[in-house]
Design a protein around this ligand. Structure first.
Ligand code: ZN
Length: 666
């Protein structure tokens, strides 16, 4: 748009007064012109930014903004409008990240216009805040649910004029609920009466040193964005055509210094040179070109996020708009401190510090224990040289009377954990379990110090016990798709993932490593079998013979192959909050780190319906799957198309959920 002196006009918000309550029939934003003084101040900052940026060869900085959504409701259940779901909020974060990166829905359509070369990446990322202002981990990332009835506040839909509604939001909702705007982008979501007709409004970035002849700038009690809850995200409770999350994109555009593309005046100025002047806001999906204000042949840039076009028809910011966004992030009070906050607010936090370590990799296969040497059938033990009652397999109870099978875990496997502790150990048992004559032998999980896989287990540092009957009662998995290898799908249920839990987590050695060891019962008829892989490049399996001496399994079994047992310790961080819920104890990730293919192993006592969702560290939902009637299962997750880094795996069952950290090594 050409720069010229112009007369400021405060925006006129056209509202279609609908007779139908709660139905907004025309797009309308309540963000107006912040005034000449702010415009002049901000434009100066933009010019300075451009000058510096050009000197630095146009290196835009990357910013990350922690977001908190204040979901205002009237007591509805979670997921019931207007108490909208975490999934709906998550979809909005994904949309924001795509839209501000220039990769959002329908952006490819710009190529059919003269504006394709102007699609810009604003270099701004959004994440769901993981912590509240006092540092406590949020039960639902990025969400604070607020019941207006318990606060004795009015129902937002009881207001029928813009003035009354905004007074309510500005004077009641915002000041009572705002989180530190130097650390969070505050998003307030409420229902609104159709007669008010607004989809959203935002505060502009605060300025420094102005006399105060401005309107609509963020303050410590008002900074942020209000949106109609039905315009958030692209799944859940939505009102087409505002159902692609672009209301929030538009309003956050204002919050980052962008003006309406028509300059809130007929052929007005939005202070961007690369957006054509246009007569007024566009609605619906105009045909291209849509010429106004002598802006032919290309016409209005109605696909710009700062127009009023339908959500599906707006999909771009321009380079000049990006410069304004970057200026706001690098110059304006509140905005400049957000990225520093993201380091603590966007991180996974202690709850997510939980992962499974092992000596398996993604390409490993589990050996079918039926293929291992079996001394004899339980019913007929005459072939067992060590005496009756000790039949079994080499990786479990066997006729040699072995006492324990142990797996060495190197400390390098959990080097990224702060103050690592072993909270439990998952063992993949083969379902050929025999419960002997006493009916209830103990099976212990013992943790020993270890210096390396080449040296025998050292001193005992922790143990917990279970019993064979409990393990035998574990529901078997059906066919198993393991680490992306469908060849391991057994025709019948054979794998029993059983988790030993330590009532007090065992401190994990930070040098060397440790052995996790299963004790083998030796009552006549007792049989347990631990899965093992056949393809290891080095041996990590050890066994304790009946004379109490330790032997590495490779040497003990003739030196022809390496042993790596399916004994999978769970590492948590000792500092901060650690979840000890039933759900946390029943969910493991394996292998971790992984190359993108990993398993969610569940060990529920009773079957549950669960939802597995994976987020990247920007809070983007990169995987989601709902599983019904889950008890003991191994569910494969494929993130091979995702970049390397840390991901958060959320497993939800009813109202309970657990978040675990998964590291992808690429
Ligand atoms: Zn607007």
């Amino acid at each position: 748009m050409k720069k010229h002196l112009f007369i400021l006009l405060f925006s006129v918000i056209s509202v279609f007064a609908s007779a139908q309550t709660n139905k907004i029939t025309k797009k309308a934003c309540g963000t107006g012109d912040p005034g000449a003084e702010w415009n002049e101040w901000f434009n100066k900052k933009v010019e300075e930014f451009k000058k510096n940026n050009s000197a630095q060869k146009n290196q835009n900085a990357n910013y990350t903004i922690p977001v908190i959504f204040h979901v205002i409701h009237g007591g509805q259940g979670v997921g019931s409008y207007p108490n909208i779901s975490q999934a709906q909020i998550n979809s909005q974060i994904t949309i924001l990240n795509n839209d501000f990166a220039g990769t959002g829905l329908n952006v490819g359509n710009v190529s059919s216009t003269a504006f394709s070369s102007l699609v810009s990446n604003c270099n701004v990322n959004f994440c769901l805040a993981q912590k509240n202002p006092s540092g406590a981990t949020l039960a639902e990332p990025g969400i604070e649910r607020i019941n207006y009835t318990t606060n004795s506040w009015a129902n937002p839909t009881s207001f029928t004029t813009i003035t009354n509604f905004r007074n309510y939001i500005e004077n009641t909702i915002k000041p009572n609920t705002i989180w530190d705007p130097t650390r969070y982008l505050n998003m307030w979501l409420t229902d609104v009466d159709g007669a008010v007709g607004l989809l959203g409004y935002a505060t502009f970035p605060p300025s420094t040193g102005l006399s105060g002849l401005t309107s609509g700038l963020g303050t410590t009690t008002t900074d942020g964005v209000w949106c109609w809850s039905r315009s958030i995200g692209d799944i859940g409770s939505l009102s087409p055509p505002y159902n692609k999350g672009r209301t929030a994109t538009h309003e956050i555009g204002h919050w980052l210094g962008l003006r309406h593309i028509w300059g809130d005046a007929s052929c007005g100025n939005d202070f961007c040179n690369d957006t054509p002047a246009q007569q007024q806001e566009n609605v619906g999906c105009p045909g291209y070109p849509h010429v106004t204000c002598s802006n032919g042949p290309d016409g209005d840039m109605f696909m710009n996020f700062m127009d009023y076009s339908d959500d599906a028809c707006m999909y771009m910011f321009t380079p000049d708009q990006r410069d304004r966004v970057q200026t706001a992030m690098s110059n304006c009070p509140f905005r400049t401190q957000l990225t520093a906050s993201s380091a603590t607010l966007c991180g996974g936090g202690p709850v997510a510090c939980s992962y499974t370590v092992s000596n398996f990799t993604n390409t490993d296969t589990l050996a079918n224990p039926l293929g291992l040497r079996r001394a004899s059938a339980i019913a007929s033990e005459t072939f067992c040289p060590q005496g009756a009652g000790k039949a079994g397999y080499i990786s479990g109870t066997n006729c040699y009377g072995d006492l324990e099978k142990a797996e060495f875990i190197s400390a390098s496997k959990y080097a990224s954990a702060t103050n690592p502790v072993i909270s439990g150990v998952v063992v993949l048992f083969f379902n050929y379990i025999g419960v002997g004559t006493d009916g209830n032998s103990n099976v212990d999980m013992k943790i020993y110090n270890g210096s390396s896989a080449a040296s025998a287990p050292g001193s005992l540092i922790g143990s917990t016990t279970s019993n064979l009957s409990t393990i035998a009662a574990t529901t078997n998995t059906t066919s198993v798709s393991y680490c992306g290898n469908p060849g391991l799908a057994f025709g019948v249920p054979v794998i029993m993932p059983y988790k030993f839990i330590f009532s007090s987590p065992v401190n994990a050695p930070t040098s060397g490593g440790f052995f996790a060891s299963v004790t083998l019962p030796n009552i006549p008829g007792d049989t347990v079998v631990v899965f093992d892989k056949m393809t290891g490049s080095s041996n990590t399996g050890w066994e304790k013979w009946s004379d109490n001496s330790w032997h590495d399994m490779k040497t003990a079994w003739g030196g022809t192959r390496n042993f790596n047992l399916a004994i999978l310790p769970i590492i948590d961080c000792a500092t901060g909050v650690r979840e000890n819920s039933v759900l946390n104890n029943a969910v493991s990730l394996f292998p971790n780190p992984s190359n993108g293919n990993f398993n969610v192993i569940t060990t529920f006592a009773t079957s549950q319906n669960i939802v597995i969702t994976v987020y990247n560290m920007l809070g983007q939902n990169v995987y989601s799957n709902k599983l019904n009637n889950v008890s003991q299962t191994i569910h494969e997750v494929d993130l091979k198309n995702q970049a390397g880094g840390v991901y958060l795996v959320e497993v939800k069952s009813g109202t309970e959920k657990v978040v675990k950290r998964m590291i992808l090594n690429k």
